[in-house]
Design a protein around this ligand. Structure first.
Ligand code: SD4
Length: 334
């Protein structure tokens, strides 16, 4: 039986913790309570922060940076670090659900307004892959480091190695081991990756994406999240985009790059997100119903868009001094 993402989160410690924060302007919604999605009516003001899913504290941390006049780059890193450090978040950093072997492997990428990019994939034992990705961007001439090499680099940069498999995520893995449903049958709803985009007061855009990937994935599997152009992409002349959901589909359509290029050609962020989802639908006319993908986009004017394959995709938006969670419009109407 498929565990729906929202239900899955509710059953987890994460759900309890998030629901009890009381920080939402509107109460955290259950699947049944989510109000009808509306096409975003953006005020087009800056600064702006937008993040996938229930990431109130992340957008708040990013907004704090921006309200002090900080850069979009610092803002997205600060935002991404929040769920990375949260042991109750089962999809990111510490406490992320492990792969098939019980190993937590992390993927992340970051991109600034100058077109610089950094990424890490299959990184183990480091709680803040987004900050390692930023170091790759700023301290090396490369874009992506993987696995053991990424870990060695992180340690050289002063990051501390620690066990990321919490008691709770180990328990989820042990439960899963009992019937070992293959990837795709049970895993695809178990995700809450953060993709985060910011537009600062100077009008510059940066983006970040960080995840422990699909739960119980094959050992060695890397998703879209660390791939520049797939999980996230920024072009400061145009805008930025980020993705969440089943990375295989995002990678095959290079979703975030596609959205930015569609905006360059004149589409609004909303239209561009919808077009990128339709591209997945066209390529996977049957399977897209089974595998959720959600996109967010912003442009230089502070207008944003959000669209998912199915009902349930949500995003958190900080704009005009307000930080709120919203349901996204979706392709599948039922
Ligand atoms: C991946 N896109 O590894 C990620 C998973 C995800 O919310 O978004 N989870 O495929």
């Amino acid at each position: 039986m498929t565990i729906k993402r929202r239900k899955f989160i509710q059953q987890s410690v994460a759900g309890t913790a998030m629901a009890s924060t009381g920080l939402w302007a509107c109460q955290p919604a259950t699947n049944d309570e989510i109000p009808a999605a509306v096409v975003p009516q953006s005020s087009g003001t800056m600064p702006l922060v937008i993040a996938t899913w229930d990431n109130f504290e992340a957008t708040q941390a990013a907004a704090k940076v921006l309200e002090k006049g900080g850069s979009a780059l610092d803002a997205v890193e600060a935002g991404a670090r929040v769920p990375e450090a949260d042991p109750n978040d089962l999809s990111v950093g510490l406490g992320g659900l492990p792969d098939i072997k019980g190993v937590v492997t992390l993927d992340a990428c970051i991109m600034d307004d100058l077109g610089n990019a950094g990424a890490v994939c299959f990184l183990q034992g480091i709680k803040h892959p987004i900050s390692v990705a930023r170091k790759v961007m700023e301290q090396t001439s490369h874009v992506m480091l993987s696995g053991q090499g990424a870990l060695e680099f992180a340690l050289e940069q002063g990051f501390v190695e620690e066990n990321l498999l919490t008691v709770s995520s180990k328990k989820h893995w042990e439960e899963w081991l009992k019937d070992q449903k293959p990837f795709g049958e049970t895993n695809f709803e178990n995700h809450d990756t953060i993709g985060i985009l910011a537009l600062d007061a100077q009008g510059n855009i940066s983006g970040a994406c960080t995840t422990s990937g699909m739960a119980f994935k094959l050992h060695g599997r890397v998703g879209d999240s660390p791939i520049i152009g797939a999980g996230m992409y920024v072009d400061n002349e145009v805008g930025g985009a980020c993705a969440t959901g089943v990375g295989e589909y995002v990678m095959k359509t290079l979703g975030s790059f596609l959205i930015v290029e569609l905006m360059r050609q004149g589409k609004s962020p909303q239209e561009a997100c919808e077009e990128a989802i339709k591209r997945i639908v066209k390529r996977q006319p049957k399977l897209y119903r089974e595998y959720e993908v959600g996109y967010l986009a912003i442009n230089k004017s502070g207008v944003y868009g959000a669209y998912g394959t199915e009902k349930g995709f949500e995003y958190t938006l900080y704009q005009d001094g307000e930080n709120n969670k919203y349901p996204a419009e979706h392709f599948l109407k039922s």
